[in-house]
Design a protein around this ligand. Structure first.
Ligand code: CA
Length: 236
């Protein structure tokens, strides 16, 4: 595929839109623009973008509602761009099917990094029908062996419990992406999470003690405050 990735910018503020458009255009992406939800839906059906950047504060429709409408019909990766810093909103967006979120104001390099990650995940989903439950995940000194269901740091087995292993494996299969506390708890324990997420926090503390050099400054699993966890990306 030689075509430049087509990225739809859904944003009503012209200043921000042209700023983002300039960044994307100068980094070998083809930006498309929509100033409201109606334009956005038209652009999506006619141009079929590779990625959508969605501002949640739109004039004609709530951005969360637009997100749900897009998800009913399309699996296009969506990065939510939010001016609001409420954590609950990020959680809602991820649970409604957004692939990632960026909070305004953001820098050029952060935007580009998120775009690259989202496009790469989409390409991996497309190309590989083989499950990432096989083989290995390697990030610096951390190795996850999916066949043996074991995790090694610097070649040493760190002896995770079943649930600790499942959490680490799940995060690694979405490396670079935030998984919400609720989605992890539902996947691992099959229960509706309580508001304090204690069961997950306790497991994460144990995981960090086993895999991180410093639990205060983790280098493999990052906390997205009030939202969830994100695994560092695999070595290229
Ligand atoms: Ca806006």
């Amino acid at each position: 595929m030689n075509a430049l990735p087509l990225i739809l910018l859904i944003e009503d503020e012209e200043n921000i839109r042209s700023f983002m458009k300039a960044i994307l255009a100068s980094n070998d992406y083809l930006p498309l623009e929509a100033g409201n939800a109606a334009e956005a839906l038209l652009q999506i059906s006619s141009r079929n973008p590779d990625l959508i950047l969605l501002d949640l504060g739109l004039p004609d429709l709530d951005g969360m509602e637009l997100l749900r409408r897009i998800r009913q019909k399309y699996s296009t990766p969506i990065i939510v761009v939010s001016a609001r810093t409420f954590e609950s909103e990020k959680v809602d967006a991820l649970d409604a099917g957004a692939d990632d979120y960026i909070t305004k104001p953001f820098g050029t390099s952060e935007l580009l990094a998120r775009v690259r990650t989202a496009l790469r995940h989409a390409a991996e989903k497309q190309s590989s029908l083989h499950s990432r439950h096989e083989g290995r995940f390697t990030c610096r000194d951390l190795v996850i062996d999916y066949d043996k269901r074991r995790v090694y740091v610097g070649g040493e087995d760190v002896h995770l419990t079943q649930n600790e292993y499942k959490i680490v494996a799940m995060l690694s299969q979405h490396a670079g992406k935030v998984l919400t506390y609720d989605s992890i708890i539902r996947a691992i324990w099959g229960i509706n999470p309580s508001s304090d997420n204690k069961i997950l926090r306790v497991n994460m503390a144990n995981i960090r003690r086993k895999i991180e050099k410093s639990t205060a400054e983790p280098q493999y699993i990052f906390t997205e405050m009030g939202v969830g966890y994100r695994m560092a990306e695999e070595d290229a």
